[in-house]
Design a protein around this ligand. Structure first.
Ligand code: NDP
Length: 334
């Protein structure tokens, strides 16, 4: 079904340029009508390079345009809160990048104001749209490996030089809020549960400064006494991303499945050997924006809702708290 939607971009960002403009334009009848940048020159260059007719440095001007129905927010993490609140109050639907905010209180307020303003809030946790994770979710749900016992998720790589800005020099960055938060959201999606407690140790100093973490190993306890280990980081070249889910009757193995790209394999290893699960890959962001666009036209919900964004942020902040205090942290979400 066609859902014509006019979009405004809040943030002349790398992720918008690389992935999101294309994902918006892949939706029949949707287009990007304007872009906001804090720098007029950067906004003009971004608009011209990406075929966007309108650019501005004024959030109010962007939000007052009647041809804009929804905004995609991909500015610095510190700005997501106030920009989402302003967009919702202007009646615009919001697809916001993760982390939704820097505190659970702010993120919860974003959910509350969007609800009150009758607009849809989505969180751009792209991995739950991957064919690999959708297949793993189905296998778990179907009981293919029996009751769950444990899992390992590894999502550590080397941060490209071009990305070594706010991720390694701003307290709103760091690997937990940038990347491990996606791992947390993926686990919440795979298990349909939130962890009950977490413990983490972090590294810093190889790429990130001032105590900002550039590596993490964490253990999460899920309901039913299921233990999950996560390794994340910016400093390990050549490491593949993947996940292994161990059950009473077998193991699900996802290889190369922590990527933004539609790649990776899934197999099940059990008493009869290892079998590949057939996958039909698709662009993760196309699916995220298709679901979001349908949701704002009253059909279904975003792949990751605002509430998902709050929960994944709360668990990510608990990992930080655990690393800081050396304690296991219980998860109490709003
Ligand atoms: P960028 O660093 O590319 O952009 C963030 C902000 O930095 C922009 O809004 C822009 O401000 C400013 N900026 C961009 N280029 C320059 C420059 N040359 N000089 C000065 N300032 C500049 O960030 P990312 O695209 O990497 O990330 C943006 C958001 O998206 C973050 O919240 C991140 O967590 C999230 N993200 C999500 C991904 C996903 O797959 N879900 C993937 C990657 C990032 P202005 O708009 O004012 O011009």
């Amino acid at each position: 079904m066609t859902h014509p939607t006019g979009w405004g971009l809040i943030g002349a960002s790398n992720v918008a340029r690389e992935w999101i403009i294309d994902a918006i334009r892949a939706q029949p009848g949707s287009d990007v009508r304007g872009v906001l940048s804090s720098d007029a020159g950067r906004g003009a260059a971004f608009a011209e390079a990406n075929g966007i007719a309108y650019h501005t440095t004024s959030l109010q001007d962007l939000l007052s345009r009647p041809d804009i129905d929804a905004v995609y927010i991909s500015t610095n993490n510190r700005l997501h809160f106030e920009q989402t609140i302003a967009a919702a109050r202007a009646g615009k639907h919001v697809m916001c990048e993760k982390p939704l905010a820097l505190s659970v209180d702010d993120a919860s307020e974003m959910v509350r104001v969007c609800r009150q303003s009758n607009v849809v809030l989505g969180t751009n946790h792209h991995l739950r749209n991957a064919a690999t994770h959708m297949a793993i979710h189905g296998l778990i749900e179907d009981g293919r490996i029996g009751g769950l016992i444990a899992a390992r998720l590894f999502h550590a790589n080397f941060l490209a030089a071009a990305l070594q800005g706010w991720r390694v020099n701003d307290q709103g960055g760091g690997v937990i809020l940038d990347s491990t938060i996606h791992d947390i959201d993926t686990l919440r999606f795979l298990f349909d549960e939130n962890p009950v407690s977490v413990f983490a140790m972090t590294q810093s100093g190889r790429l990130a400064q001032d105590g900002i973490e550039d590596g993490i190993m964490a253990v999460l306890r899920f309901p039913g006494d299921v233990l999950v280990q996560i390794h994340g980081g910016y400093t390990t070249p050549f490491s593949p991303g993947g996940v292994e889910i161990m059950g009473e009757r077998g193991i699900i193995i996802g290889r190369d499945c922590m990527s933004q790209r539609p790649i990776g394999t899934v197999s099940v290893r059990d008493g009869e050997g290892e079998h590949d699960i057939p996958l039909k890959h698709h662009n993760l962001y196309h699916r995220a924006f298709a679901l979001f666009t349908a949701a704002i036209h009253g059909d279904g919900r975003p792949a990751a809702t605002g509430e998902d964004g709050v929960a994944s942020l709360g668990i990510a902040l608990a990992l930080r708290e655990s690393a800081r205090t050396g304690r296991e942290i219980g998860i109490n979400l709003p």
